[in-house]
Design a protein around this ligand. Structure first.
Ligand SMILES: NC(=O)C1=CN([C@@H]2O[C@H](COP(=O)(O)OP(=O)(O)OC[C@H]3O[C@@H](n4cnc5c(N)ncnc54)[C@H](OP(=O)(O)O)[C@@H]3O)[C@@H](O)[C@H]2O)C=CC1
Ligand SMILES: Nc1nc(=O)c2c([nH]1)NC[C@@H]1CN(c3ccc(C(=O)N[C@@H](CCC(=O)O)C(=O)O)cc3)C=[N+]21
Length: 299
């Protein structure tokens, strides 16, 4: 039987409606609308998609947004200065620096991703990349939850897909998706989202041996690799739930990390690309921007 399509877009719209209502209430209490500042250096294709959709979503949710587009030739000092200005600007509640940062052009110094992310004030860190926010998450007492993993947790919950005692295989160990995803699902209690803890988690990556066998043992398979359609149908256990995080541009089309048609023959449920995890990421970013505004208002 073909798999159920997990409609991330629809769930994201539900979450966005909830956030919009909460924003309305926050403003009715006399606060300024929350404001998100995004910084895009260079022209990464996945970031371009993100930026475009994010601005539209903010607008519809009553959240103000601003975008700084900086050339790929921006120097580390210039970028750090810009972040410092945003840190000090009281009208800005959330700061997001698009990743990946571009490779150095010409013979200028490289932009150090870690240094840039460390520069963002933790209370404005809506991506949850700063050491303090990562640490709080690791300890099971998160402040901001990272948007993509949080969106996936929300989707699983709202689709009644339990994770407790399930074997979840996360392919990819990036700071932005794989690592926090694995940590959230392995938590002992429900601190990282509703009903979504207590999974048995395996993290796979480029040095993993027997990737196929490991994937075949997954009840829930989460692909966050960045390689178009690398997860094939024969790597999926019949009846498994497949979550495709990949956003790859192939000949002007967006393709995930999972070969969708093959996988849908075997899986019980699967997220499409587009229309799966991407819209959920944006919904959770809006949620975090409101949370940031609330934390700052309470200070
Ligand atoms: N839908 C959304 O909202 C979002 C989508 N994305 C998309 O998700 C994808 C992953 O992004 P991101 O996590 O940032 O990517 P990274 O490039 O930072 O990480 C990719 C991970 O995949 C692993 N990997 C690479 N090749 C293989 C392989 N052949 N077998 C097994 N593992 C492999 C890498 O292993 P190693 O560590 O050993 O190098 C690494 O851990 C991209 O397509 C990105 O555009 C990202 C963020 C949000
Ligand atoms: N600091 C930082 N945080 C991120 O969360 C981050 C980032 N940098 N860099 C780039 C990746 C990628 N990413 C996407 C989010 C949503 C869509 C999205 O909306 N996707 C729609 C696309 C629809 C379309 O326009 O075709 C979908 O999948 O349906 C895409 C990509 C966030 N990322």
């Amino acid at each position: 039987m073909p798999a159920t399509r997990l409609d991330g877009k629809k769930i994201a719209l539900e979450i966005r409606a909830e956030v919009a209502k909460a924003v309305e209430q926050f403003v009715a209490e006399g606060n300024a609308p929350p404001k998100l500042a995004a910084v895009l250096v260079g022209e990464d294709p996945a970031s371009q998609v993100y930026v475009r959709n994010k601005e539209r979503a903010c607008e519809k949710t009553g959240i103000a947004s601003q975008l700084d587009r900086l050339p790929a030739s921006t120097s580390p000092t210039e970028l750090l200065e810009r972040i410092d200005q945003l840190n000090r600007d009281p009208s800005v509640n959330g700061i997001l620096v698009q990743l990946p940062l571009p490779q150095p052009t010409g013979d200028g110094p490289a932009l150090d991703e870690r240094a840039v992310l460390d520069a963002v004030d933790p209370i404005k860190d809506v991506d949850a990349f700063s050491p303090i926010n990562v640490g709080l998450l690791m300890q099971g007492r998160p402040r901001f939850l990272p948007c993509t993993p949080h969106g996936i947790v929300q989707m699983l919950h709202r689709c009644n897909i339990a994770t407790a005692a399930k074997h979840v295989v996360v392919v990819g160990r990036s700071e932005i998706v794989g690592k926090p995803m694995a940590m959230m699902l392995a938590q002992k209690d429900g601190s990282c989202g509703p009903e979504t803890a207590n999974a048995t988690v395996t993290i796979a990556h480029s040095r993993t041996k027997n990737l196929k066998e490991i994937c075949l043992s997954a009840d829930i398979l989460i692909a966050a690799v960045g390689r178009p359609e690398m997860i094939r149908g024969d790597m999926i256990q019949p009846g498994a739930v497949v979550v495709d995080v990949g956003i790859n541009r192939v000949e002007d089309r967006l393709v995930g990390d999972v070969a969708f048609d093959e996988a849908a023959e075997v899986a019980s449920a699967i997220t499409p690309v587009p229309g799966g995890v991407g819209p959920l990421t944006i919904a959770m970013l809006l949620h975090n921007t409101l949370l940031a505004a609330k934390l700052q208002a309470a200070k």
